[in-house]
Design a protein around this ligand. Structure first.
Ligand code: FMN
Length: 362
């Protein structure tokens, strides 16, 4: 019996296997509205057999997006475009989730294949927000914009935006909600002392820096149905000397669990240019940290970072490192990765492939 292909129940949601598609920005939305690309990108991976699909970082407001081409969840037009995509994914047996977030001082950038640099306000960009007015890239090369240090009114507005977005996510048919607390975006930038040097109640020691994330999670949990899973993606280490450690994040996970978070998605890096980016690795050295956090905080985890191989993913689950193995780039290479993994692990793929495929190839 394969651990990877053993179903997982979280709250009232049952995943057919432990293989998840990690959130991946597609930079292909218009005014935050999903396009046919998203149906193909996400739909192909549902047909391919993934148990869970987490849609890309989705801005809770226009200025919460990373780029003008990023997905958004702040109006009904966006919900209407998402409904057929999510219905398709569910009709093919995958659980569909979405990652809602605010890009903070890394927002207002152009899409990677355009340059990835910050945009001027009069060229499609917008004023950014941060815990302080410190610039992401002090050398001023790429992400050079000076953010506005957030006032209490700014904090209240962003928290309200997360709540409104969570409600729209439910309307759009998502079954799992993930709050983006990683990669140097707003919530992580509050938590990491590499960025947050505030001296008010949202800064200082660990609990103060955690406050922004915890308040948002508490408010989101209050509107996200109790029977549906709530996840948070953390950068479980900053991957830079003097940054957040796994111990800091075990503490954060305990606080999140107290507030009703069901599963922690264990990513890493991104707080400063010196820290490793979430895709900046060619080794799976991050994966084990999901196990440390799972044991330390007694909470379910998703492991991510250079999981490419079926036996490797099987071991992640069988060893108790994580409850879900998330793949990003390998899923880009092959939306049928779960089919290949089933073949390698001796699992009958007929049970999860649609009959149009399974009848002939499983
Ligand atoms: C094109 C691309 C877009 C990504 N977009 C997001 C995103 O929207 N949210 C997020 O948390 N991580 C994002 N990531 C990071 C991935 O979810 C994942 O954590 C990372 O790529 C490491 O996994 P991998 O080695 O399987 O690619 C993105 C990665 C890629 C390659």
């Amino acid at each position: 019996m394969s651990a990877l292909f053993t179903p997982l129940k979280i709250k009232d949601i049952k995943m057919r296997n432990r293989i998840g598609v990690s959130p991946m920005c597609q930079y292909s939305s218009i005014d935050g509205v999903a396009q046919p690309w998203h149906m193909v990108h996400l739909g192909a991976r549902a047909v391919g057999g993934a148990g869970l699909i987490i849609a890309e970082a989705t801005g809770v407001s226009p200025e919460g997006r990373i780029t003008p081409d990023c997905a958004g969840l702040w109006n009904d037009t966006q919900v209407e475009a998402l409904l057929p995509i999510n219905n398709f994914i569910k009709s093919h047996g995958a659980v569909v989730g979405v990652q809602i977030g605010h890009a903070g001082r890394k927002g207002s950038a152009s899409s990677p294949w355009k340059s990835g640099d910050h945009l001027q306000d009069d060229s499609g960009g917008w004023p950014t927000l941060g815990p302080t007015s410190d610039v992401f890239d002090p050398d001023g090369k790429r992400l050079w914009k000076t953010p506005n240090a957030m006032t209490q009114a700014d904090i209240d507005k962003v928290q309200d935006d997360f709540v409104a977005s969570a409600k729209l996510a439910l309307d759009a048919g998502y079954q799992m909600l993930e709050v983006h607390g990683a990669h140097g975006y707003l919530l992580h930038s509050f938590f990491s002392h590499l960025v947050n040097t505030r001296t008010d109640q949202y800064g200082g020691a660990l609990k103060g820096r955690a406050r922004m994330m915890l308040e948002i999670v508490e408010k989101v949990r209050a509107v996200w149905p109790e029977n549906l899973p709530l996840a948070v993606r953390l950068s479980v280490v900053d991957w830079v000397d003097g940054g957040l450690t796994i111990e800091d994040n075990i503490q954060m996970a305990k606080w999140l669990k107290e507030r009703g978070v069901d599963i922690v998605d264990c990513s890493g890096g991104g707080a400063t240019p010196a820290s490793r980016s979430s895709v900046g690795t060619r080794t799976a050295d991050q994966v084990g940290l999901a196990g440390e956090l799972r044991a330390g905080a007694d909470i379910a985890t998703m492991a991510v970072g250079y999981i490419t191989d079926a036996q490797q993913a099987e071991d992640v689950i069988a060893s108790g490192t994580a409850d879900v193995a998330l793949l990003a780039r390998e899923m880009m290479r092959d939306p049928y990765w779960p089919l290949r993994a089933a073949q390698t692990l001796g699992v009958n793929a007929k049970s999860f492939l649609p009959p149009q495929l399974g009848t002939f190839i499983a």
